[in-house]
Design a protein around this ligand. Sequence first.
Ligand code: NAD
Ligand code: TYD
Length: 363
Amino acid sequence: MFDTTKIDSFKKRIMITGGAGFIGSHCCRYFVNKYPDYLIVNFDALTYAGNLGNLRDIETKDNYCFVLGDIRKSEEVSRIFERYKITDVIHLAAESHVDRSIKNPNVFVETNVLGTLNLLNVAKEFWKEDYSKHRFHHVSTDEVYGSLSENEHPFKETNKYMPHSPYSASKASSDHFVRAFHDTYGLNVTISNCSNNYGPNQFPEKLIPLVINNILNSKEIPVYGNGLNIRDWLYVEDHTSAIDLIFHEGINGETYNVGGHNEKTNLDIINDLIDLTLEVNKKTLKNVILKPRINFIQDRLGHDKRYAIDNTKIKALGWKPANSYKKNLEKTVRWYFKNQKWLEDVTNKEYQNYYKTMYKNGE
Ligand code: NAD
Ligand code: TYD
């Protein structure tokens, strides 16, 4: 149990919502290690996507604590603001998977829209003496801008919002609420709209970890449509360094698009993963891995063709990605090889049921 008598010794007490998820856990780790004078309060409901196993290396640090809580419940958020004298929020908690949003949109509104509104209301109340001293950073997605055709210019911050999936519609709505609280009440906010992330600890419902998991288990790789949809892939630690920069240096009320100019078709990514996995396997574990088979399946409903980010604005703030795509993808594959126990734990019965429902025959 965290000793709350020490609370006043911290320069900032930041609530990171969704800190047990993929990006949230990297964000907690980054802030805990870089800022020993900040207290990081990880507020997470531990849904299927939340996993405290992502945070083992920082769980005993003096400037970190975990609180089980649901952003859909205002009173829980309020209680934690009061108990930890929260000075700032970095908001990542969300339902984050497009396919799930197509099957069940309601929970996306409850968590992503109403949950964000709850956080904003509590922040507005607690910080009312002087909003300028407290920052609310909202982590969002490039999917709010809709879909690009092949030759269109990448998304700028000034692009119109044109979300297509229930997921992106819910994130777009949450972005609007964050801006409305800035424009109406003067809350000190920043928003980041980032492209597709990859890296360790990503739940294997998303393309990259799903493909790695299937290769390791000699299962077919399911590709929606013709596999030529394009995403702009960014390594998760580059996203957290961007969040850090925007949180500290971003201008109140502004939005920053985050992406590393790394556009790939889904087939490009899958072929790179097959090559890397076979190579890493040969060098390390020497498991029996069959040459993976790609299975083209029915396309996702409303499948966005292409996402790409114009990162001029965040680069002007001083951000750039640290390493190359090839290095980072190899690092990611190696991590999943080394952490097959992590994969086994998260691909439990609930995941098997999910997989069967989403991919019909479970293959
Ligand atoms: P994730 O699904 O891996 O993790 C989400 C976390 O939020 C989990 O720990 C979950 O337990 C928690 N959570 C869900 N509902 C909650 C609730 N009601 N109360 C408290 N906690 C709750 O998601 P991720 O991929 O790490 O994405 C994090 C954020 O970044 C999301 O807001 C997402 O929209 C955004 N984002 C993701 C990507 C990406 O490629 N994954 C890209 C851009 C932006
Ligand atoms: P995903 O990782 O779900 O991210 P998003 O939909 O938010 O971009 O999917 C990335 C791309 O991969 C997207 O074009 C859909 C495609 N995809 C498949 O072809 N097969 C799959 O099994 C999954 C999960 C995704």
